[in-house]
Design a protein around this ligand. Structure first.
Ligand code: KG4
Ligand code: ZN
Length: 345
């Protein structure tokens, strides 16, 4: 079964064709990172406009790279929630139009669920039940799945997403956007124990990252003997390379510790055979190492190939394939609801 997957929930316009849930026939991603980098974050209006320009060429390229015509496609899958509303609109409109004109079965896909399936297109077959940490610039969720068509959000962030926290702290330290890779790189030359950062106290499996961001800001001001009224954009001018590396390492270690602690708690509350990472932050090497250190003895541990950990259409098509196998019926493309907030369907 060949599925065209379309993704436009944030700042990547992406389309891919996947055969039987795991074989990648094509995977086209047009990233807007360069456009947003100068602002230090994603500007929703610019993202939506860029999707409009990119969507048709991206879908056409996905078809031509797979040597297929639209009539060869058995199903069309598209991200419909959660995400930036203007961005979601473009991908879903394109997918609905293609499905209607060509009479192809149509499947809306939840973005968090699709991130988890990046592990299947990376060549793995994780066993259920599983616990997945979906961690990226837009989301920080722990999800429990006991089978393909059933997923339950068991932990979520109460404020910022973890990737957003990497991005904002990178900005304070004067590192480039996106902050995750820049912090990981700077941290290599740093000492993670130099600055003590607090672990937020949040009950259950929920997260809070905004306090950690403020803690780093205060620690930088204190280190530089500057008043707390000093604007964050001024701090980078006073930091030495070593201080930047030490702050990056200390923050990264703390963020990873928070995640590992919550995953440990999740395994105490939910029976699992596999633990998965997914989303942009799953590319973090320290996190991958710590995941294996703490869990690989008693669980199967997985994380996607780096190129598949950030937003792409292949994971959308894969998620749809396994839902269809589990009995999901095609949706009516005339009646699709999109939602910026997470809706579990
Ligand atoms: O999944 P993704 O491409 O987009 C969203 O759906 O948000 O994730 C992007 C996020 C950014 O916040 C970026 O800083 C973070 O993933 N990221 C990383 C790493 N690579 C990307 N965070 C930590 N370490 C990395 N190596
Ligand atoms: Zn994402």
């Amino acid at each position: 079964m060949k599925i065209l997957g379309i993704e436009s929930s944030c700042d990547e316009t992406a389309a891919a064709i996947i055969e039987d849930g795991k074989t990648i026939l094509s995977n086209v991603i047009v990233s807007q990172i360069d456009i947003h980098a100068s602002y230090g974050g994603v500007i929703p209006e610019i993202a939506a406009r860029s999707h409009i320009e990119a969507i048709n060429p991206v879908v056409n390229r996905a078809l031509s790279q797979a040597n297929l015509a639209i009539k060869d496609i058995d199903a069309i899958a598209v991200t419909h929630t959660p995400g930036l509303i203007g961005s979601l609109l473009i991908g879903t409109l394109a997918a609905r139009t293609l499905a209607i004109i060509n009479n192809i079965p149509f499947y809306p896909v939840h973005h968090l669920k699709s991130h988890i399936y990046a592990n299947w297109i990376s060549g793995y077959q994780p066993e259920f039940p599983l616990i997945a940490a979906v961690i990226s610039g837009g989301h920080t969720q722990i999800i429990y799945m006991d089978r393909h068509d059933h997923f339950e959000i068991i932990g979520t962030t109460r404020d910022d997403a973890i990737g957003e926290c990497f991005d904002k702290i990178a900005k304070i330290l004067g590192l480039s956007y996106p902050g995750g890779p820049a912090i990981a790189k700077a941290a290599k030359k740093g000492t993670s124990t130099r600055y003590q950062l607090p672990i937020p106290k949040v009950n259950g499996l929920d997260f809070s990252f905004s306090g950690l961001k403020t803690a780093v800001l205060r620690a930088v001001q204190k280190e530089l003997n500057l008043p707390i009224t000093t604007p964050s954009y001024e701090l980078q001018n006073h930091l030495s390379e070593q201080q930047i590396a030490d702050f990056a390492a200390s923050f990264q270690a703390t963020a990873v510790k928070i995640l590992i602690q919550k995953l440990k708690k999740a395994t105490q509350n939910y029976p699992a055979k596999s633990i998965l990472l997914a989303g942009g932050v799953s590319a973090n090497q320290l996190l991958r190492t710590e995941l294996e250190k703490y869990f690989s003895k008693n669980y199967q541990t997985y994380y996607p190939k780096p190129a598949l950990s950030t937003d792409n259409g292949a994971m959308v098509a894969s998620a749809a394939f396994y839902s269809i196998q589990a009995g999901e019926q095609a949706a009516n493309p005339y009646e699709l609801d999109i939602s910026p907030r997470s809706v579990i369907s």
